[in-house]
Design a protein around this ligand. Structure first.
Ligand code: DGL
Length: 264
């Protein structure tokens, strides 16, 4: 079992931020990534549609014989985890619980959450944080423009700063001390968000926290791969050209061996 790969899926290229953190923390693991690039974005789609897409993406990875499924997409984690856990027998980890766990260490218990429309409308982050800190006050904001800005390579551009000022103003006024980056793309905007919010606000990267949870789970269950230098394989549902070009910034490395597949 421990020799099997970890399956990671996302609506597209963004989940490579989660892939990157897992690869850094668990370098011996074999990793299989699926980006549903033919159907991205998930963040603006209905709950039913995202659930169907997530089940189809997961099925592809389960068919590869993975030992663990990581739902890197915040939107899919927000609406499809129960359906995935019901359908498949293997452990399924999403990015919401790990992010919420870290946010729970907020000192003033005034916590901001940003994500896609789908993630924010689901209310899953506030639910998960309040389960840990019942008197926490959560201030949420959908920030859809951050996704194209990150993909355009403009995460540190003046346009990104102005957009962040606009989106984050109500959260700054609410005096949050912690902000959950509840979308795969937002770690790329870390510097810009940090400048707008100032040093008093802790940024919680759900991707990083998810990788730590995978490591903890493997330790507890003896599932870690014993070797070093695991294999990496990338699959997409549309032609790989854009994924390869844009994905570089998300992965922090050149993407090799990207294969197009059909799912669903
Ligand atoms: N991966 C999505 C998320 O983390 C962002 C992109 C999309 O809307 O599909 O919510």
């Amino acid at each position: 079992m421990r020799y099997r790969a970890i399956g990671i899926f996302d609506s597209g290229v963004g989940g490579l931020t989660v892939f990157k953190e897992i690869a850094a923390l668990l370098p011996g693991e074999n990793l299989i990534y699926l980006g549903d690039t033919a159907r991205v974005p998930y963040g603006t789609k209905s709950v039913k549609t995202v659930q169907r897409y997530a089940l189809e993406a997961a099925e592809f990875l389960v068919d590869q014989g993975v030992k663990l499924l990581v739902v890197a997409c915040n939107t899919a984690s927000a609406v499809a985890l129960p359906a995935l856990r019901e359908r498949f027998k293997l452990p399924v980890i999403g990015v919401i619980e790990p992010g919420a766990r870290r946010a729970a260490s907020s000192r003033n218990r005034r916590i901001g959450v940003i994500g896609t429309e789908g993630t924010i409308n689901s209310g899953r982050y506030p639910e998960a944080i309040k389960a840990l800190v019942p008197d926490a006050e959560i201030f949420s904001a959908a920030c859809p423009l951050f996704v194209p800005l990150a993909e355009e390579g403009w995460a540190e551009h003046e346009i990104a700063r102005l957009t962040a000022v606009e989106y984050l103003q109500p959260l700054i006024q609410a005096r949050i001390d912690t902000l959950v980056l509840g979308c795969t793309h937002y770690p790329l905007l870390r510097n810009t968000l940090g400048k707008v919010l100032g040093p008093g606000v802790t940024l919680v990267d759900s991707a990083e926290e998810t990788a730590k949870l995978v490591q903890q789970l493997f330790r507890e269950q003896g599932l870690a791969h014993p070797a070093h230098g695991g294999n990496r394989a990338f699959f997409v549902t549309d032609v790989p050209t854009r994924f390869e070009a844009v994905g570089r910034a998300f992965l922090g490395a050149q993407l090799t061996k990207v294969e197009q597949v059909q799912i669903g």
